[in-house]
Design a protein around this ligand. Sequence first.
Ligand code: UDP
Ligand code: MG
Length: 310
Amino acid sequence: MNISIVIPIFNEEGNIPLLYERVVNTLQAKSLSFEIIFVNDGSKDNSLEKIIQLSSSDSRVKYIDLSRNFGHQIAVSAGLNNTQGQAVVIIDADLQDPPELINELYQKYKEGFEVVYAKRKSRKGENFLKLVTAKLFYKTLRNITSIDIPLDTGDFRIIDHKVVEELRKMPEPNKFLRGQISWIGFRQTFVEYDRQERASGKTGYTYRKMIKFALDGITSFSESPLKVATVMGFVVSFAAFFMLLYAFYSRLISKDYVPGWASLIISVLFLGGIQLLSLGIIGEYISRIMSNVRKRPLYIISKSNIESAK
Ligand code: UDP
Ligand code: MG
C-alpha cells in the first residue's frame, strides 16, 4: 500500500462526505493504492454513523471508534498505530487542510524526504487571539528548546513509515506530535499552502485544550521553565540582600526610618508570588511525571473494522 491517510474526527458530520470525496479523487487521479483511517474521538453528532457507512461501501475506509474524547493528538496517535502504508498523511477533517495538497506532499516525499510538512502561508477564518497566541507560543517554544520545531505548521504532513515506527516506540501520554517528529529527524522539508476556513461545524480546540497542548509542548521538550524558578530565587535573594543593607543603614546610620509597613508588604507579596509561580512550574512537570508513571493505555477502542485494533 502506498499511502495511509489518518483523519481525527470530533463532531465533523458536516465535513465527512466532501472530505472523503476530495481525498479519494486526489489519490485516485494518481492511481495510488491507499487506505483512509478515520479515528472517531468521541463525537457527539452523527460522525461515527457517517464513517461506518463509508466503510461499508468502500473497503479502503477503516475506522477506529474511541470510547470517549481523548483529544486530537491521542486520536492521531491511535490512527498512526494502525497504519499499513509506506507513507502516512495526517490531515484535519474540517477541510482547513486542502486534500489536494497531498499531491505535492507526496511528490516531495518521492524525492527522498521522510517528512514533508505543510507550512501555512496564510491563515483564514481564525480569530485574532488565536493567531497572536499561536505565534507567541511557537516563537517561545523555539527559543527554549534545542529541537527545531517549524513555525506556522500544524500536523498536516506526510511521513515515511520509518518515522511512524519511531513514533510508535515513544510511549509518552502527553503527545506533542509535531515536536516528536522534529526530534526524530531524517530528511525533512515543507510545502507551502494557504490555509482555508473550516468548511462546516466549529473548532474542537477550546482554549482549555489549547493551553494544555501548549504546556505539553513546552514540558516535553524544555526544562527551561524549571530553571526560571532557580533564576528568580537568585534575583530575589540578591534584591533582598540590598534591602538588608538599606535597612541597616537607615536604622543605624541615617536613623531616618518609619515603621516599615510598605517594604514589608511589598516583599511579602513579591516573595509569595514567586514561590507560588515556582511551585506551579514544578507542579506542571510533576503532573506529567505522574501520568507517565501510571502507564495507563493512551486510549481505549470501542470498535473498529481493523483486525489488529479490535
Ligand atoms: N479533533 C479531535 N479531537 C478533539 C479536537 C479536535 O479529534 O478533541 C480533530 C478535529 O475533528 C479536526 C482536528 O482534530 O479534524 C483539528 O481540530 P480543529 O479543526 O477543531 O482545530 P483548529 O483547526 O481549530 O485548531
Ligand atoms: Mg480546524
